[in-house]
Design a protein around this ligand. Structure first.
Ligand SMILES: [Mn+2]
Length: 362
């Protein structure tokens, strides 16, 4: 599957109105999403490739910052995060991957993230998940979504060419490591993350595979085969503590696991930011706010359905997007601050469809 990323973005001289696109996406309705022209997407993809290739594969960020987990094409959860936490001019964001597949609005999610990144390059950051990969898109829906919306695969190819240049990791305040999946037996020093050459696909094994695929388990000792996924590894608490200590870090924040918003098993925090996942799981979603002193605020949103979010959006919006009107009082289950040594656990009572990869598919 590993192939060097080729430039697959059709050249366009068309320059879209980025600000208007952001307004349109914020104002889009659940039952009538906007149609984004293919030429606009080619422009966004060209720009994003340039922006991402000019920065490191390992991001150095500082708080205050909002960290967001898996979105999986659920545009209205992404909109709610911005509406609740603030526009990117007010607060910075780091997204932990898995923007597409499963949900219906992967195209719109990526276009909003790309438009905001182009407009506010220092305020919006995103790293790669295991679904930012051509192979996964063929299995879990994003390729099909693009085919249905655009009639061919040019738009999907353009998106894949941007996935292949995404960074893989970030460190916040020099202390908190953020990746989509987790550690790898091939990763010893943080410096290795700065030397990842891009474009690259996600290979079937090795460090890049583990960064987006591995799982943390409290009960695992060392690195073991990740039987649940059928790919990569599961790593235990001792391994994580040793790695963090050797690299002068305190905490790992990751996405990738379907948890009820936030799961804290220190020193590992998992975040999941798609509520009412796939329209069938009654799960909450969560984000973290990390300040400059490494205090972590947990913001959990309940499993309000997407139609209800849209109702709120419509009720509160007055004509075009006005930044000050972005703060809505959507229901929040919990907002609490944890000291990062604290240990607590939130586990979902339901488990989603297995994402297990069968070897015959490889
Ligand atoms: Mn994932």
């Amino acid at each position: 599957m590993a192939q060097r990323g080729k430039l697959m973005v059709p050249i366009t001289s068309f320059i879209p109105d980025i600000e208007q696109l952001i307004v349109d996406l914020f104002n889009s309705r659940y039952d009538k999403p906007i149609i984004i022209p293919a030429t606009t997407i080619y422009y966004l993809c060209q720009q994003i490739r340039t922006v991402l290739l000019s920065s490191s594969s390992h991001l150095l960020l500082e708080g205050p910052i909002i960290v967001v987990g898996d979105i999986h094409g659920q545009l209205y959860d992404l909109l709610r995060v911005f509406l609740q936490e603030g526009y990117p001019t007010e607060i910075n964001y780091l997204f932990l991957g898995d923007y597409v597949d499963r949900g219906k609005y992967g195209v719109e999610v990526l276009c909003l993230l790309y438009a905001l990144k182009i407009k506010y390059p220092d305020n919006i950051h995103f790293i790669r998940g295991n679904h930012e990969c051509a192979y996964m898109n063929r299995l879990f829906g994003f390729q099909n979504e693009c085919l249905i919306k655009y009639g061919d695969l040019l738009v999907w190819n353009a998106f894949v060419s941007t996935f292949n240049v995404y960074p893989f990791s970030a460190v916040i305040n020099k202390k908190i490591l953020c990746v989509h999946g987790g550690l790898s037996p091939y990763l010893q020093r943080i410096d290795q993350l700065k030397r990842i050459s891009r474009p690259t696909d996600i290979p079937w094994d090795g460090m890049l595979c583990d960064l987006v695929w591995s799982d943390f388990s409290n009960t695992t000792s060392g690195f073991v085969e990740n039987v649940k996924r059928g790919i990569s590894v599961t790593f235990g608490k001792k391994i994580l503590e040793t790695f963090l200590e050797e690299n002068n870090l305190t905490t790992l924040i990751r996405g990738h696991s379907f948890v009820n918003g936030i799961s804290i098993k220190m020193p590992c925090i998992s975040i999941f930011s798609a509520s009412f996942y796939q329209g069938k799981f009654m799960n909450s979603c969560g984000v973290l706010k990390i300040d400059e002193k490494n205090t972590i605020d947990i913001h959990l949103f309940n499993d309000i359905t997407h139609k209800e979010i849209t109702k709120k959006l419509k009720k509160d919006k007055k004509g075009k997007l006005k930044r000050k009107s972005l703060r809505l009082n959507l229901p929040i289950n919990t907002t609490e601050t944890v000291v990062i040594e604290q240990t607590s656990e939130v586990q979902s009572s339901t488990t989603p469809q297995s994402e297990k990869l069968s070897t015959k598919n490889k």
